[in-house]
Design a protein around this ligand. Structure first.
Ligand SMILES: Cc1ncc(COP(=O)(O)O)c(C=O)c1O
Length: 408
């Protein structure tokens, strides 16, 4: 779109937006969906691809695992685990699928989850239960969210003697809340229940403490809040589960991974996961470059997370003030994304289209829970979910507030 035809009050992004290649005629408020990769990180990825193509055989056969160690080392402190406990997957959907397929379920077992989980993950959980004869128990969570304890209570009330495992997000996608993971994990582990933690929004959003939480498996996307290239998911496996852990797709070393691992001086899990068939692993390698970029651009990863959280809260408050509505979740449960229930009966799809076409705002609007078309409906009215990153500025949320006021 030509800049001349933008609305007169079209807001400027932050000066750091020049480090990304985002269309300047957009107001990008949906980082939470697919992230956005800075140009310097894409350049680093390109350099990894160039190295791969100079000698593909040495790259895959000899170097890949060692090169991946750099990204494992970048992730480990953010996840609260040892670097060797991390392998790579294309994205969180693959990671959840892999975890579910390593979970022993039998008829009569229950797999606990909740209605605010991501649809792809719920689908994989349904499939796994159908394959094994187990029952999927989907807890309802309160919305608006009154407190961390209300979320934990709603989930834990569904635990029974048959609950074998729990699939839980550390940050929910539709309701954009940081779940009370510490308390939930403590209470589940006290009952011997294994945890699959979906940390799709995990790294670069909030610190995780996977070891202390004693989760069995966790997975997430570096392409979201670590601003890595697309296709840079990670998967954590608790050390005691690694000897039997297998990728859903077996590769060359599946039958001989222990001797191969011993000869190579690598953990057996790396031998299988670092080469699951031929694949472009340059996005995995660029995770370390993305972490370095963010630490440099914001001062540190902590400063980056603090910046995003403060901006999301300020943006959320600007919208709530202008529309005269209350935030849908307390501040302490809100990070770099915030969801707001909108006081309207207008169809969510129409609203989203108007925000994009008339105002050039890229933001998701969820359908209400009651709409059959709603993929992740959580409220009785449409819900808008805003994101904040280094390239955003507060003026963009004030503009969103004006746009919503006009459209509602
Ligand atoms: C909580 C959560 N889990 C899983 C996913 C799936 O991520 P992907 O589509 O990259 O596999 C998402 C994506 O937005 C998500 O928000």
């Amino acid at each position: 779109m030509p800049t001349a035809s933008l609305p007169a009050n079209f807001p400027a992004p932050s000066p750091l937006a020049s480090r990304w290649a985002i269309d300047p005629t957009l107001v990008p408020l949906n980082h939470g969906a697919f992230g956005a990769c800075p140009t310097a990180v894409l350049d680093a990825q390109r350099a990894h691809m160039d190295r791969m193509e100079r000698d593909t055989v040495t790259f895959f056969v000899e170097d890949a695992s060692k090169l991946l160690d750099r990204s494992r080392a970048a992730l480990a402190p953010l996840l609260g685990c040892a670097a060797n406990d991390v392998v790579f997957v294309p994205n969180a959907s693959h990671g959840v699928h892999a975890a579910l397929h390593n979970l022993d379920l039998a008829p009569g077992d229950e797999l606990l989850t909740n209605a605010h989980e991501y649809p792809a993950c719920l689908n994989n959980a349904r499939q796994r239960c159908a394959q094994t004869g187990a029952t999927l128990v989907v807890a309802e969570l309160p919305w608006p969210v009154p407190s961390a304890d209300a979320l934990a209570d709603a989930l834990l009330a569904n635990v029974t003697d048959r609950t074998k495992a729990c699939l839980l997000s550390s940050v929910t996608s539709p309701s954009a809340v940081m779940m009370p993971v510490e308390r939930v994990c403590r209470e589940l582990r006290a009952r011997g229940i294994e945890i699959i933690l979906d940390a799709a929004h995990g790294v670069g959003f909030q610190h995780h403490d996977l070891k202390a939480w004693d989760v069995a498996w966790s997975t997430g996307n570096a392409h979201k809040w670590l601003c890595s290239p697309k296709g840079s998911g990670w998967l954590y496996v608790r050390p005691d589960l690694q000897p039997t852990f297998r990728p859903p797709v077996l590769s060359n070393s599946a039958q001989v991974r222990e001797p191969v691992a011993a000869a190579a001086g690598r953990p057996p899990m790396h031998v299988e996961f670092d080469y699951v068939g031929t694949n472009d692993i340059s996005a995995y390698l660029a995770i370390a470059d993305a972490a370095e970029f963010l630490a440099d651009a914001a001062g540190s990863i902590e400063a980056y997370m603090d910046h995003n959280r403060a901006l999301a809260l300020a943006g959320r408050d600007a919208v709530c003030r202008r529309l005269g509505v209350e935030p849908s979740a307390p501040d302490e449960l809100t990070g770099a994304i915030a969801a707001i229930a909108l006081p309207t009966t207008k169809p969510a799809a129409d609203l989203k289209r108007a925000l994009f076409d008339r105002w050039r705002i890229q933001i998701p609007v969820w359908e209400p829970r009651t709409a059959t078309a709603g993929m992740i409906g959580i409220a009785d009215t449409p819900v808008v979910r805003l994101s904040a990153n280094l390239y955003n500025a507060i003026g963009q949320y004030e503009y969103l507030a004006e746009a919503l006021a006009a459209e509602l």
